[in-house]
Design a protein around this ligand. Structure first.
Ligand SMILES: Cc1cc2nc3c(=O)[nH]c(=O)nc-3n(C[C@H](O)[C@H](O)[C@H](O)COP(=O)(O)OP(=O)(O)OC[C@H]3O[C@@H](n4cnc5c(N)ncnc54)[C@H](O)[C@@H]3O)c2cc1C
Length: 335
């Protein structure tokens, strides 16, 4: 049994964790956030809660479809029958499809927590800033100067901009492969005392500011307005607009997105019960590398993340699995 460190508890790191635990290893997971899930985040403000990043999970790959079926049987995810709409200059119209879309229940982060439960140790609020390999062991150091030693192998699951500084010293050849653009996105989270008068519950939008809106309360196992809960909505700004206004004042961004949200739904503005604005600096990979994972020829070190496979939860899962397979091979070869 080897002791393995995973930096990053996003879907890729959690997918690596599943396979490494199945193989009998001891695994410690680190994340700079207070919880797990990364871009599959859920935000709670007052009595409102929203999936703030990934809105749903889709599958194209048979292996990932199998895993989704299992998670569905386990009651970790449910299908969201969202009846998509398209909204553009021409108006609002239904755009039915037969795509299966799943969500974590009762929120996206619940799925990541279930996956994380298999870890031997989870160290949250811990931003790792350096990784060194000495005398056959990895040593990690955090921003707040905590030291963690004694790992036989290391898996890094972070966006490329955050992986690069970690790789610079031990594996400059891998750091050089982290020149991958990630597109930013502003997310506006809204909650209303009275449900909006709209048939739309999710829409792909062609608009200068917003490209997707959805009613979070419409997802399975969320608190429902019919039972007295707030109605919650999510609006994602498109990447071009976000890039142009990445550093604009938050109040201004919020107002622009709010105006756009009501304009898109062809509704008059309504009072808000809660509101939250989040900036994702590294929301979606522009052009993924399609390599699965990165690995070192000389060190027990693998790197995973959606940017190495495909910019979605599925891509992150596939990448994490690949990183775990490579780690397994490496540990086997070293014995
Ligand atoms: C607004 C938005 C909407 C999206 N919509 C969808 C969707 O509907 N469907 C879909 O499939 N995908 C969607 N995605 C993409 C999807 O969320 C990602 O592809 C996937 O979650 C990426 O997982 P990951 O494990 O590669 O990375 P991440 O989720 O980014 O995980 C990386 C983790 O590393 C941690 N970390 C980073 N640096 C350090 C460090 N130095 N030390 C310790 N920890 C560190 C981070 O805190 C994070 O938890 C969306 C993303 C965003 C932002």
């Amino acid at each position: 049994m080897a002791h393995i460190a995973i930096i990053g508890a996003g879907m890729a790191g959690l997918s690596a964790l599943q396979l490494l635990k199945q193989a009998g290893h001891q695994v410690t997971v680190f994340d700079k956030s207070r919880g797990s899930g990364g871009r599959m985040a859920t935000k709670k403000v007052g009595n409102a809660s929203w999936d703030m990043g990934a809105q749903f999970i889709r599958s194209h790959h048979p292996e990932f479809s199998k895993v989704l079926r299992q998670w569905q049987l386990d009651g970790w995810i449910e299908e969201w029958q969202m009846q998509p709409h398209v909204i553009d200059d021409q108006g609002i119209r239904p755009s039915p499809d037969d795509i299966e879309r799943f969500v974590g229940v009762s929120r996206m982060t619940a799925l990541s927590r279930r996956l994380l439960a298999g870890a031997d140790e989870f160290i949250p609020s811990c931003r790792i800033i350096s990784c060194q390999y000495q005398a056959g062991q990895w040593q990690l150091c955090s921003e707040d100067n905590r030291h963690f030693n004694g790992f036989d192998a290391l898996v890094i699951n972070t966006p490329p901009q955050q992986a690069k500084p970690l790789l610079q010293q031990p594996a400059p050849e891998l750091a050089a492969q982290c020149e991958v653009d990630m597109l930013p996105a502003w997310s506006l989270l809204l909650a209303f005392q009275q449900p909006l008068n709209s048939d739309v519950k999710a829409a792909f939008v062609k608009h200068p500011i917003i490209d997707f809106i959805s009613c979070n309360s419409d997802k399975p196992q969320r608190d429902k307005p019919a039972a007295g809960a707030l109605q919650t909505w999510v609006a994602h700004a498109n990447h071009d607009w976000t890039r142009a206004h990445c550093d604009s004042p938050r109040d201004w961004v919020q107002q622009q997105m709010l105006d756009a949200f009501f304009a898109v739904l062809r509704l008059d503005a309504r009072p808000l019960a809660e509101v939250w604005l989040h900036r994702w600096l590294y929301a979606i990979v522009d052009q993924p590398l399609h390599k699965g994972a990165l690995w070192s020829e000389s060190l027990p070190l693998a790197v995973c993340g959606d940017w190495l496979e495909q910019g979605a939860v599925e891509g992150a899962w596939l990448s994490g699995r690949k990183a775990a397979e490579l780690t397994q091979q490496r540990l086997g070869a070293d014995r």
